[in-house]
Design a protein around this ligand. Sequence first.
Ligand code: GLU
Length: 383
Amino acid sequence: MEELNNFKKYLDSKKRIVIKIGTQVLLNEDGKPSSSAFKNICDLSFSLIGQKKEVILVSSGAIAAGKDLLNINSELNNFSIPQKQAFAACGQAVLMRNYDSCFKRRGLKTAQILLTKEDISIRRRFTNARNTIYELLKNGVVPIINENDTVSYEEIKFSDNDHLSALVLNLVCADLLIILSNVKGVFDKNPNLYKDAKPVKIINDIKNYIKNFKETSKSLHGTGGMKSKLYASFIASSAGIDTIIMSGKDKKSLNSLIAGNLSGTLINSSINKINKKKHWLLFGMEKAGEIVADEGAIRAITYENKSLLAGGIIKIKGDFKKGDGIYIVNEDGALFSKGIANLDSGDIKKIKGLSSEEIKLKFGEDKISSLVVHKDKMVISVL
Ligand code: GLU
């Protein structure tokens, strides 16, 4: 509760902030980009920068802005992925023009960064993106990130920009995530249906909160609802980073934040924090294959903090190399853990089900290790 008692001091301690802006924040009711909405975001960023903070924006809205540019009125669900990708290609330029002209009036420069999931999951690309963003911040430029919708096909797509913003936190080593939405925060029940719905000021155990949460609203023009925002804040909290979910449409709420008051919901990260390496394994790593393990092996890795050995393996799915990311599942396909393979899939196929002694007898001393995933390179999948 310390955060709520002295929110201004709490906010003062946050120096690098990622602000995620939802599509609906940037649109008027008629679905057209709203110039006052862009101005509000720039005012907020400008004020925070004035308070000696660094600001990184993750902005949605490209698909909606592109659809509007092409004078298309029909609902977004009626369009195929290539159509939406084409809208995004048109709309991304509209977004950047709007941001750039607002920031320019405030004497600030902007830069566009478009990311795919691989830019987070492949270490080399992650480091390149990080170095670029650091360089921009050093030069006082405001980075504006979106998913690279034009090239992101199903498997490499972030589920939505809420998810993307949470993964960007680790990329930029942020201290706070602010998710700006068209709702005023989290409510104890759907505020559109229940007049007595009460705002939730603080969530201390987000993992538990998500388990009991029923969706209260679906986004009209974007892809996420409240659940996806809560899930993003869960990813953030696993990295030890707090999230504020608040209205990005209501100027009063934005001004209140600038003045150092909380309006919206604060998701406290202290309970769910895990270390950086495990966070990457859990949320950033790309899957190259699956290992189906038996009950005994799953129990040993889940409850006894043991490594995965060949003896407990039933089946391998996919071709992967030593060092690739793999999921460990049970016979029903339920995910238990994620980790880095210690052997190529071809070798694992040869030794699956065998004990260390049997492997030695069959293939010779030190030829193939029985260690398939080391416990330090594995993380239990938590949700
Ligand atoms: N990248 C999409 C866009 O700019 C947004 C996805 C989302 O709504 O989260 O339109």
